[in-house]
Ligand binder design. Structure first.
Ligand code: HEM
Ligand SMILES: *[C@@H]1O[C@H](CO)[C@@H](O)[C@H](O)[C@H]1NC(C)=O
Length: 524
């Protein structure tokens, strides 16, 4: 016994030292890796000076707070074309906001969105890093938004027919119904001395219509949000939002172990379980019907029908998991972003009563005696469409998008960024670039008259991004925006609430720090 004790102690010390050495080496390796990455990014951004930055936090101290977009625009005015932008010490982007620069990057086919694995090393280190792409994965899976390479190409081709106007047409009636429910609700809620925060109401409305278009699911979520699936979807958006805001939650392990993370993954399971069940049931239903035309004769086609029947030239279709990812991607994209679009357009209409009145007059003129809007009316709403586009310019629902270059790019002024460089296209600043837009702060729908539009650079207005990886749902989204805005203006006069002006909050999508409060007055 006397003999074994020193042996034990020795063993203990050995293990302790081994562990300590291992930790030290890992930390050193990590630091070296980060340092080399930083040097590489610094080199790639050599010819693009930026605003003064903190050595460790980069520019993050100026971001993530009220007024950050105004700061961004002031930076863009000092640095023509582009400047370096650092999210912490190890993540440096070339931030661009000029049409020529946007074209150089976005017209190319081979640029995937910022690869997800790339950001992983930053999760622990960087308080406001852009790791949020990772946060979607457990929910939306590898759908179009995050896919890359040949698989992205195959999916994009298979999904494109789902957005053909013949298909979109049949959604008008569904969307009109959903909007009607929201407006009925508003009629009961409004009062003269209290404004209404419209953002959440619009959110339920777009969710309602998306669920119908995607898989013919009548959730009734606008009236009854107790449905566990609808709650899960609502929770997922909120939880993801909170995760982005809470530094500690950025770490996967910590997140999984705390109640928030538990909630999130539980909501994911509920959402997936529901989607999988719907897919299974539909597959059984479609067993004998392999032709879309024969289904279409019986009822309208939803996204799910189209995804299930889609085959590429080799006769290869999508797996069940692929379909689930695409369905969830559409739901995520189609509901949150569209909500932002509609809410900010209503705010712009409230701010500009003369244009609001012009739109109302146009819509009434198109409808005549009729009460509901149909497909053919949408293309006639020229003035309303101009107003919507001007709102998408001033309040782009997706204010910023990111790319990692897999080939070097040389810009018109001769400066270049090597492969591996990171690009952030600042859509908000692009839409306020004084080289393109005269008095960019002024809301002026005439900028989008056919004459004026045709004279503008084709990469000056990019609410839906551009090139091969642009928004596949653009027509769908425009249709929903037009219907929602037209129907609201037919029923209500909208006015701003000077006591609660919305404060822009760019967080993946354009939100407001304090909601979007409007006074609504029923028209007789
Ligand atoms: C006002 C509404 C919308 C806006 C402003 C918008 C904007 C955008 C933008 C800027 C991108 C590029 C993202 C990036 O490069 O990182 C994008 C991609 C995408 N959007 Fe939308 N979107 C809207 C509505 C929709 C709707 C309704 C759907 C589906 C029904 C949709 C589906 C998608 C998909 C699947 C992608 C990825 C496409 C690809 O990478 O091939 N979007 N959207
Ligand atoms: C073009 O835009 C300018 C300024 O926004 C406006 O004054 C002019 O009327 C527009 N032209 C047309 C043809 O609408």
């Amino acid at each position: 016994m006397y003999l074994t004790l020193p042996g034990l102690v020795l063993n203990f010390y050995l293990i302790f030292y081994a562990a300590a050495t291992f930790c030290l080496i890992s930390v050193l390796l990590k630091v070296t890796q980060l340092y080399r990455r930083r040097q590489k990014l610094l080199r790639s951004l050599e010819s693009f000076p930026g605003p003064p930055k903190h050595w460790f936090y980069g520019h993050t101290n100026e971001l993530g707070r009220i007024g950050e977009l105004t700061t961004m625009v002031s930076w863009s005015e000092k640095h023509p074309y582009g400047h370096s932008l650092w999210f912490g010490a190890f993540l440096g982007f070339l931030n661009i906001y000029h049409p020529d620069y946007a074209k150089a990057v976005y017209s190319r086919g081979e640029c995937p969105p910022l690869s997800l694995t790339w950001l992983q090393p930053y999760l622990l280190r960087n308080p406001k890093a852009l790791d949020f792409y990772n946060f979607f994965l457990p929910w939306i899976g590898k759908g179009l938004l995050v896919l890359d390479g040949p698989k992205w190409f195959q999916h994009r081709q298979l999904l494109t027919p789902a957005f053909h106007s013949d298909i979109l047409k049949s959604y008008v009636a569904l969307m009109v119904d959903s909007a009607q429910v929201m407006l009925d609700k508003w009629e009961k809620l409004i009062s003269e001395d209290k404004s209404l925060d419209v953002f959440q109401h619009v959110g339920f409305m777009t969710l309602d219509s998306m669920l119908k278009c995607i898989f013919s699911y009548n959730s009734n979520c606008q009236k009854d949000s107790k449905n566990s699936y609808v709650q899960a979807i609502g929770d997922l958006s909120c939880l993801m939002q909170e995760r982005i805001q809470t530094f500690l939650y950025h770490n996967d392990l910590i997140y999984r172990l705390c109640p928030h993370g538990y909630h999130f993954f539980k909501a994911c399971r509920i959402a997936h379980h529901h989607t999988e069940k719907v897919i299974r049931e539909r597959k059984a239903l479609l067993k004998d019907e392999r032709e879309l035309e024969s289904i279409q004769k019986k009822r309208y086609l939803d996204f799910l029908d189209i995804l299930l029947c889609a085959k590429d030239v080799n006769g290869v279709g999508l797996s069940d998991e692929d379909i689930r990812s695409e369905v969830d991607t559409f739901l995520f994209e189609g509901h949150d972003i569209t909500t932002s679009g509609i809410s900010w357009i209503l705010y712009a209409m409230a701010q500009n009563p003369e244009h609001q009145q012009m739109c109302r007059k146009e819509i009434k003129g198109i409808l005549g005696e009729r009460e509901t809007i149909c497909w053919d009316d949408l293309s006639k709403m020229t003035y309303t469409t101009m107003c919507i586009k001007e709102s998408l310019r001033v309040y782009p629902p997706v204010p910023q998008v990111y790319r990692e270059l897999n080939k070097p790019v040389t810009f018109v002024d001769g400066r270049s960024v090597p492969a591996g460089g990171l690009i952030s296209l600042n859509i908000y600043a692009l839409h306020r670039n004084p080289d393109v837009w005269k008095d960019p702060e002024v809301y002026d729908p005439l900028r989008f008259s056919p004459d004026n539009s045709s004279q503008r650079h084709s990469y000056a207005f990019l609410p839906f991004a551009a090139g091969p990886r642009n928004c596949i749902g653009q027509q769908f989204a425009m249709m929903e925006l037009k219907l929602a805005v037209a129907m609201t203006l037919l029923r209500f006069h909208v006015a701003p609430d000077p006591a609660h002006p919305p404060l822009e909050k760019p967080q993946l999508i354009m939100r407001s720090w304090n909601g979007i409060h409007l006074y609504l007055k029923k028209l007789t």
